[in-house]
Design a protein around this ligand. Structure first.
Ligand code: PLP
Length: 380
């Protein structure tokens, strides 16, 4: 018997209760019985984002919200600053380019976090920068950028907006849209929300709504103005992904009413910290040791171990799917997820499986040492 276990930082496992909620008969989205579901989702998302500003919901993967955050806020020829420290930072630059937005990129070595002072310098050099695009948790490298500190820099520098890809930060660790002065925050359903892919979320501050008024980029489906106009009435401009929203309603109950958002943050960080120590205990190196994100831990495949063979053994013999590296890191790292529906026993068992696959692929370490380390750190 082989049980399949998913440990990628999106998509993530979906709790049975959430899957059952999604199996309910489909309601009509204009019918009275769907409106309370929508209202709870809308308000619950504001809580996860820590904002009083509206959070719009699109039927799309997370990138739909990123696309919206460029096409609805800027105009062709406008100047944007992009922090590019991995695959998702690159995505911001690519979206800007697609809409004719001029970009200045701060290139950060993959696995490192950007220094807020670098942002300040770039804004001094180019006072015409209107928006700063940032990745909170760079899922491709496991690094966490200092969003709060960067927001302080941006907010003291003039009338600019700060736009944060919080796709693997919202519901993962402390991220406060209003208190930190973040103008736009985006996320997606297949990360900490414990849902299948298909919903994109975008929180929009008042200042960002002013930028919306003057933006001239072409768009049709991803129209924030149209969405924000009907959102208070618990409606979307087009048919919402009703089944996924029934699941979101249930998932938000788990996060907000049962576990509590801050406890969710603590649990996730504890699993991440134990995993980091467990990997170090058997001599493995982390890709982002100085600024690790709690969403996922990126581990360097040690010398002498064949990366693809390690992953294949893990998946086919042991049933565990972890994420490979992206871009130039393909086959060189693996990434294990902590965000969403994981508890300490999930994490300890995954670490044991990683040890088994390493051993099967020629890595010499005391089998069980990493799992023992994690067990000790995760015991009460
Ligand atoms: C998953 C993810 C995205 C969005 O990817 P989609 O495939 O469009 O959902 C964007 N940014 C980060 C940091 C992510 O982890």
């Amino acid at each position: 018997m082989l049980k399949r276990r998913l440990f990628t930082p999106g998509p993530v496992p979906v709790p049975d209760r959430v899957r059952l909620a999604m199996a309910q008969p489909i309601l009509n989205h204009r019918a009275p019985d769907f409106l309370p579901v929508f209202e709870r989702c809308r308000k619950g998302l504001q809580q996860v984002f820590q904002t009083e500003s509206p959070v719009a919901i699109f039927a799309a993967s997370g990138t739909g919200a990123m696309d919206t955050a460029v096409s609805n806020l800027l105009s062709p020829g406008d100047h944007a600053l992009v922090v590019r420290g991995g695959k998702f930072g690159e995505r911001w630059a690519e979206i800007c380019e697609a809409y004719g937005v001029r970009t200045t990129c701060i290139d950060v070595e993959w696995g490192r976090a950007v220094e807020p002072a670098e942002i300040a310098r770039a804004l001094e050099v180019s006072p015409d920068i209107l928006a700063v695009y940032l990745t909170a948790s760079e899922t491709s490298t496991g690094a966490r950028h200092p969003v709060k500190e960067i927001a302080e820099v941006v907010n003291h520098s003039g009338d600019r907006i700060i736009v944060v890809d919080a796709i693997t930060a919202a519901g993962v660790y402390e991220m406060r849209m209003d208190a930190w002065g973040l103008d736009v925050v985006v996320s997606g359903s297949q990360k900490a929300f414990m849902l299948p892919p298909g919903l994109a979320f975008i929180g929009v501050s008042e200042r960002a709504q002013r930028f919306m008024e003057t933006s001239t980029c072409s768009h049709y489906y991803f129209d924030l103005k149209a969405e924000l106009a009907v959102l208070p009435k618990d409606q979307t401009a087009f048919t919402p992904a009703i089944g996924l929203m029934l699941g979101l309603d249930e998932a938000l109950k788990i996060i907000l009413d049962e576990e509590g958002l801050e406890v969710t943050w603590e649990r996730t960080e504890r699993l991440a910290a134990a995993t980091r120590e467990a990997m170090r205990a058997i001599g493995l190196e982390l890709l982002a040791p100085d600024a690790p994100s709690a969403a996922t831990t990126a581990v360097v495949i040690p010398d002498g171990v064949d990366g693809p063979a390690f992953q294949k053994y893990l998946r086919e013999r042991l049933g565990y799917t972890v994420a490979d590296g992206q871009g130039h890191l393909k086959g060189k790292i693996f990434r294990i997820a902590h965000l969403g529906y994981f508890d300490r026993f999930d994490t300890i068992a995954a670490i044991a499986a990683i040890e088994m696959s390493l051993a099967a692929n020629g890595y010499v370490a005391k089998l069980g040492e990493a799992a023992r380390t994690a067990t000790e750190l995760l015991a009460d």
